[in-house]
Design a protein around this ligand. Structure first.
Ligand SMILES: Nc1ncnc2c1ncn2[C@@H]1O[C@H](COP(=O)(O)OP(=O)(O)OP(=O)(O)O)[C@@H](O)[C@H]1O
Length: 662
C-alpha cells in the first residue's frame, strides 16, 4: 500500500521539477544578456526583491542584484538564503547571467570578492537543468591547484547543492585509497580535484568515463594554466569532450591567448569587474612595506608579533625549512600568542585541521605559499611577508588572505635593501598597488638573536634545522628568475654571516652553490652566471659586496610595529592552546640532518637546481632543500589519518565521496 504512494509522490516531484526546469529554460533564453555586455550599476531601488515571475513571464535578469532575482532553481535559492547569501557581489552580478545561459567565462576579480559562488552556482544549475542524476556519472570537473583549496570549493558546493541530489567528491592527496576511488569515481557528478590526481584516473582507472562532461571549471586559472601543470592540463583536455561549458576564474587572470586556446574556450565572455578599479587589491586593505636588512628580519618579525598579540596574522616565508625553524624557535621563546605552521610537507589531514583551527582562533600562522591562493580564512587581521614575493601576482594573492569580502585588513612586507626593485615594481602605476613605506624604528626593535642562540644550544636538532633554513632561503633567492629583484650577488659575505647569526647559528653554514669572489666585472658576472646556468652541478654566485644598510631611524609616523593604542595582552596562557600538528618532519627531535659543506667532499647527491624552470614557476622544496615540481610536492602528502567530519558523508583519508550533497 505504501509503495504506490511513495512512487506517486516521487512522480509528482519529478513533474514539479520538469515544470520548473521548463520555466527556467524559457526564462534564461528570453532574458539573457547580450554577449559582451556588463550589468548596469545597481539601481537605488534594488534590494526590495521582485515577486517570482508568473508562468510565461520572463523578466530580464542581467541587471539584477539579488540571488532571488536570478533564474535559479528553488533548491538553490533556498540553500543560498539559508547560508546567508542574498545580495550578489560585483563579479557574481557580472558573471552569473552569462554563465547561466551557457557561455564560457573568463572571470577576473580581486581576492575575496566571491568568485567561488560565481562558478559553483552555474555548475549546480546546469546539472539540475540537464536533470543529471547519480547514474549519469561525471558531469562537471573543477580543477584547483592545491588540496586545501579543492576542499574549500567542495564545501561551497555542498552549501549550494544542499537540497539537490547530486553526488560529488574531492580527489586530492596521495594515492592511498586509490582502489576505493577507482570504484567510485564514475558515480560522482561533480569532481573537485588537483590536475595530477585527475590525470591519474585517466591513466589508471580502466572505465573512467568523462564522455558526458558538461562543464570544466579552472579556479586560480592562471596558475593551473602555468607551466607547472601544463602536461596534466593538456592530458585532461585531450580526454574530455570538446563541446562543454568552460569557466576560468582568478584574481590574477591569464591574458595569454595561447593559454586560452589550450582550453578551447568558445566565444568567451571576458569579465574583469575590477579592471577599471583604482587598485588591484581590495579597497579595504592597508598595505605597508619596510626595508629590513636580511639579518634584522627575524628581530623585526618577533617585534611585530609581540606588538600584535591580539591579531590574527599569517606570516609568509619562502621555504618549508624556514617555516619549521621560525615556528619551532618562536614557540620556544613564547611570544604570548598561539603559533601554528603550515607547509606542503604535512599530510592533507593535518593541513585541514590547522586551517580549521586557525579559522577559529586568534593566532599566528607561519606558512609557505601553500596558503597564498584562494584560502578563505575568517577575519585575518594581518598578512606579513617576511620573504619577498616572487612576483606581483604572488604579492596580490598573499595579501588577499586578509581584507576579504568588504572586511578590513592590513599587510606588511619586509624587503631587504637588495630587493628594493620589487618595491619599484609594486609602486609602478600599472601594478595598481597602493603600498606605503614605513621606516622601522631601530631603537624599538627587540634583538632576539642571543635568545635564539640559547635555544639552539639547548636543542641541537633545532641548530640543524636552522642551518637548513639558512641554506634553503639562499637557494630560494638563487633560484628565482627575476634577477632584478633576486640577486644573491648583491649580498656580501658579512651579510650572510649576519643572517646566520640572526638565526642563532654559531657559524655561517657554507653552501656549495655560493662562492665569494670579489671585484668581478659586471660582464664577467653575466658570463659566469650563464656558465653556472649550464653546469648546474656546482653553481656559484658572485658576491658583490655592498655597504650594509642600517635600519633607518623612524620619523615618528610609524604605527605598524607600535600601534597607537597597543592592545597587547601578554597572555602566556594562550600558549596552552598552541596547536601542535602531529607532523613527523616538524619534530625537532628527529635525527640531525646533514648539510653539505664546502671543502668536505660529500657522497651525497649534488644540489639539483633546475635552471630551465620557466619564469614565474613556483619553487617548492623537499626536506633536503631540493626544488621539486608542484605536482611532486602535492604527491608527497601522506594521508594517514581519517578526517572527522560532523556530517554523514563518507570520507576516506585522501579522497571523499559524498553520495548526496544533501
Ligand atoms: N554574495 C555574497 N554575500 C556575502 N558573502 C559572500 C558573497 N559571496 C561570497 N561571499 C563570501 O566572501 C568570501 C570570499 O569569497 P571567495 O572565497 O569566493 O573569494 P574569491 O574571490 O574566490 O577569493 P580569492 O581570489 O582569494 O580566491 C567568502 O567567505 C564567501 O562566503
Amino acid at each position: 500500500m505504501r509503495r504506490p504512494q511513495r512512487r506517486g509522490a516521487a512522480k509528482q516531484t519529478r513533474l514539479r521539477e520538469a515544470d520548473e526546469i521548463r520555466l527556467l529554460d524559457e526564462w534564461i533564453e528570453a532574458g539573457k544578456p547580450l554577449p559582451g555586455t556588463k550589468p548596469p550599476p545597481p539601481s537605488k531601488s534594488a534590494g526590495a526583491g521582485p515577486a517570482p515571475p508568473a508562468a510565461g513571464e520572463h523578466p530580464e535578469y542581467s541587471a539584477c542584484t539579488l540571488f532571488d532575482e536570478l533564474p535559479l532553481s528553488q533548491k538553490t535559492k533556498d540553500a543560498l538564503r539559508k547560508a546567508g547569501f542574498t545580495e550578489m557581489s560585483e563579479i557574481q552580478r557580472a558573471a552569473l547571467p552569462h554563465a547561466l545561459c551557457g557561455r564560457d567565462v573568463l572571470g577576473a576579480a580581486k581576492t575575496g570578492s566571491g568568485k567561488t559562488l560565481a562558478f559553483v552556482i552555474p555548475v549546480i544549475e546546469k546539472l539540475y537543468r540537464e536533470r543529471w542524476s547519480p547514474e549519469d556519472g561525471v558531469g562537471c570537473i573543477i580543477l584547483s591547484p592545491t588540496n586545501d583549496l579543492a576542499g574549500q570549493i567542495f564545501g561551497v558546493i555542498r552549501t549550494v547543492g544542499k537540497f539537490h541530489n547530486f553526488t560529488g567528491g574531492v580527489i586530492v592527496g596521495k594515492r592511498k585509497g586509490i582502489a576505493v576511488e577507482k570504484e567510485r569515481v564514475n558515480s560522482l557528478n561533480i569532481l573537485v580535484c588537483t590536475p595530477g590526481r585527475l590525470v591519474q584516473h585517466f591513466n589508471e582507472t580502466a572505465n573512467f568515463n568523462c564522455s558526458q562532461l558538461q562543464m570544466l571549471v579552472l579556479d586560480e586559472a592562471d596558475q593551473i594554466l602555468d607551466h607547472g601543470f601544463k602536461s596534466q592540463v593538456d592530458a585532461i583536455i585531450s580526454q574530455i569532450p570538446k563541446v562543454r561549458q568552460t569557466l576560468l576564474f582568478s584574481a590574477t587572470q591569464t591574458k595569454s591567448v595561447k593559454d586560452l586556446a589550450r582550453v578551447s574556450l568558445r566565444d568567451p565572455e571576458y569579465i574583469s569587474v575590477h579592471e577599471e578599479a583604482r587598485t588591484a587589491t581590495p579597497d579595504t586593505l592597508e598595505q605597508y612595506a619596510m626595508i629590513v636588512p636580511l639579518e634584522q628580519k627575524l628581530n623585526m618579525l618577533w617585534s611585530f608579533i609581540k606588538r600584535h598579540l591580539n591579531s590574527k596574522t599569517i606570516v609568509f616565508l619562502s621555504s618549508v625549512k624556514q617555516v619549521k625553524f621560525v615556528f619551532e624557535v618562536f614557540k620556544k621563546l613564547r611570544p604570548g600568542i598561539p603559533l601554528k605552521c603550515m607547509h606542503g610537507r604535512m599530510t592533507h589531514v593535518v593541513q585541514q585541521a590547522i586551517v580549521a583551527d586557525f579559522n577559529e582562533s586568534t593566532s599566528v600562522l607561519f606558512s609557505t605559499d601553500l596558503t597564498s591562493r584562494g584560502l578563505d580564512i575568517k577575519n585575518v587581521d594581518w598578512v606579513v611577508q617576511v620573504d619577498c614575493p616572487e612576483s606581483i601576482d604572488n604579492y596580490i594573492h598573499r595579501v588577499g588572505r586578509t581584507a576579504r569580502y568588504n572586511k578590513k585588513g592590513k599587510s606588511l612586507m619586509f624587503l631587504c635593501p637588495e630587493e628594493e626593485a620589487m618595491l619599484e615594481k609594486l609602486k609602478a602605476t600599472e601594478s595598481k598597488i597602493p603600498i606605503h613605506i614605513r621606516k622601522p624604528k631601530a631603537e624599538q626593535l627587540e634583538q632576539i638573536s642571543q635568545n635564539i642562540a640559547s635555544v639552539l644550544v639547548k636543542f641541537p636538532n633545532l641548530q640543524q634545522l636552522g642551518k637548513r633554513a639558512f641554506i634553503t632561503y639562499l637557494k630560494s633567492v638563487y633560484l628565482q628568475k627575476d634577477k632584478k629583484v633576486f640577486d644573491l650577488s648583491r649580498f656580501s659575505a658579512e651579510q650572510f654571516a649576519g643572517y646566520a647569526a640572526s638565526l642563532g647559528l654559531p657559524v655561517t653554514p657554507t653552501i656549495r652553490f655560493i662562492s665569494h669572489k670579489k671585484n668581478v666585472s659586471k660582464k664577467d658576472m653575466v658570463d659566469l652566471d650563464k656558465k653556472q646556468m649550464k653546469s648546474s652541478s656546482k653553481p656559484e654566485v658572485i658576491i658583490n659586496p655592498q655597504v650594509n644598510s642600517d635600519l633607518t631611524v623612524g620619523d615618528g609616523d610609524d604605527d605598524i610595529l607600535y600601534p597607537k593604542k597597543p592592545t597587547a595582552d601578554a597572555n602566556m596562557d594562550g600558549l596552552a592552546d598552541v596547536f601542535c600538528p602531529k607532523e613527523p618532519a616538524t619534530d625537532t627531535n628527529t635525527e640531525p640532518e646533514k648539510i653539505i659543506e664546502l671543502g668536505k667532499p660529500s657522497k651525497k647527491k649534488k644540489l639539483k637546481i633546475n635552471v630551465h624552470r620557466p619564469v614565474g614557476t613556483r619553487v617548492k622544496y623537499d626536506d633536503e632543500g631540493n626544488a621539486i615540481p608542484p605536482l611532486a610536492s602535492l604527491a608527497e602528502e601522506v594521508a594517514s589519518e581519517p578526517v572527522v567530519h560532523k556530517d554523514k558523508s563518507l570520507f576516506c583519508p585522501c579522497f571523499y565521496v559524498v553520495y548526496s550533497l544533501a
